[in-house]
Design a binder for this molecule. Structure first.
Ligand SMILES: [Zn+2]
Ligand SMILES: [Zn+2]
Length: 416
């Protein structure tokens, strides 16, 4: 499949493009919370140590992420945690919106909420982001009228997607379609062939951005004509601390704040997304279609409705096949504003690299971003050995051989 050339050069190149007033920031707009600080579950599938405070610390100290948006903040326990962090002075609200931590990372509070597809029982996920605690608290209070359990996140709201988008806007929020193509809980994956089928004529006014999801990239999404007007985001959807920043965006802005993110998504006043960094979509969990009975992964488009291995008809439709189904053009048509999509292979996907050596590399170079993009092969080799250093460099060049994922299983990079 054709896509924008995705050779990683180095983050340094991106910085060189910056102009005097505007800088480039690493931004990850989708991180979950596992527990609140009292140990109560928030996102049940999230890790225990994935608390609001730990996310801010990990993003600031190990990942090197400038802005991280946390999407489970409208939950009761998390609201309390944020209040405590602000009271203790560990975090402070910044004038343009967002909560500043260690003077290094801005945390934007948000909420992932499920809403039913029009006329169907299936639902899709949407992300809303807010400038400050007051707006978030008010949003949470109003949302609680439509959600049964506000202790947990990503709950189904008794609101249509349009009503949900309006609720975010009424509280000064931003609204993004989450993991837009995945076979579970997504607008194109489970709800509709068109954004306008869900949001009507006013779609562009209600939706501030589209999240591509781990199994898709710009080359795939730009085959859907109606998306040419939208800004794409690539975010980690992290359910554990190590996964923060496995996908991210570089935003050109004046400062790392909520209001600047709004301008960048709207592509106003020189602010914009200058690059999306993400997994090679083949590494994503839902790239290929997969059999529910035997797990076999395959291309189901245009006309495979049974598993070619076992004949089972239960198929989890992959993102690649779904995009073939709904595409307007066989090749992507990129609008002039579309930034490049660059592949990166997070350290945990590099074959032979376990937690201990990842830790040693992060300690040696400061952050995972520095290891992935800046450290020289010889420097990496001195810490983790030549084989690993070579693989990290192959990954930078998009030359690692990959077995595509599907049906909930990640793809895999091969050793050689
Ligand atoms: Zn989701
Ligand atoms: Zn099968």
């Amino acid at each position: 499949m054709a896509s924008i050339p995705a050779t990683i050069t180095s983050i340094g190149d991106v910085y060189m493009m910056s102009e005097r007033e505007l800088n480039h920031y690493f931004v990850d707009l989708h991180v979950h919370i596992g527990r609140d600080s009292a140990g109560n579950p928030v996102k049940v599938s999230g890790a225990r140590d994935l608390t609001f405070a730990n996310i801010a610390r990990e993003a600031a100290t190990r990942k090197g992420i400038d802005i991280v948006a946390v999407v489970d903040c409208a939950s009761t326990g998390v609201l309390r945690d944020i209040e405590d962090l602000l009271k203790s002075g560990e975090m402070e609200e910044v004038p343009g919106g967002g909560l500043r931590y260690l003077n290094r990372t801005t945390v934007i509070p948000g909420a992932e909420v499920e809403s039913a597809c029009p006329g169907a029982n299936a639902g899709a996920h949407y992300l809303s982001f807010f400038p400050n605690l007051a707006a978030l608290r008010q949003y949470s209070h109003n949302l609680s009228r439509y959600v049964s359990n506000m202790d947990l996140s990503t709950q189904r709201a008794r609101l249509s997607p349009v009503e949900l988008a309006r609720l975010a806007a009424d509280h000064g929020g931003l609204f993004i379609v989450a993991h837009a193509f995945t076979p579970h809980k997504s607008l194109y994956g489970t709800c509709a062939r068109r954004l306008s089928d869900v949001f009507g004529e006013a779609a562009r006014k209600l939706v501030d951005g589209i999240e591509l999801g781990l199994s898709a990239d710009t080359g795939m999404a730009d085959r859907v004509g109606e998306l040419s007007n939208y800004t794409f985001t690539s975010n980690s959807d992290a359910h554990s601390l190590p996964k923060i920043g496995r996908e991210y965006n570089i935003l050109r802005m004046k400062a790392p704040s909520f209001s600047e993110v709004r301008l960048a998504l709207a592509r106003l006043d020189g602010r914009r997304v200058v690059a999306n960094y993400g997994l090679d979509p083949r590494l994503g969990k839902y790239h290929l279609s997969a059999c529910r009975c035997c797990g076999h992964r395959f291309k189901a488009w245009p006309d495979t409705h049974v598993c070619p291995e076992c004949g089972c008809t239960g198929i989890v439709r992959g993102v690649a096949d779904r995009i073939h189904e709904i595409a307007d053009t066989p090749e992507p048509v990129h609008p002039p504003h579309r930034p490049p999509y660059r592949y990166q292979v997070p350290l945990e996907f590099v074959p032979g690299l376990g937690p201990a050596r990842i830790g040693a590399l992060v300690d040696a170079f400061g952050t995972e971003m520095a290891v992935l993009h800046r450290a020289a092969e010889s420097e990496i080799a001195a810490v983790a050995g030549e084989a690993i250093a070579h693989r990290i460099c192959l990954a930078r060049e998009g030359r690692l051989e990959i077995q595509a994922g599907g049906g909930g299983q990640y793809g895999k990079a091969n050793k050689e």
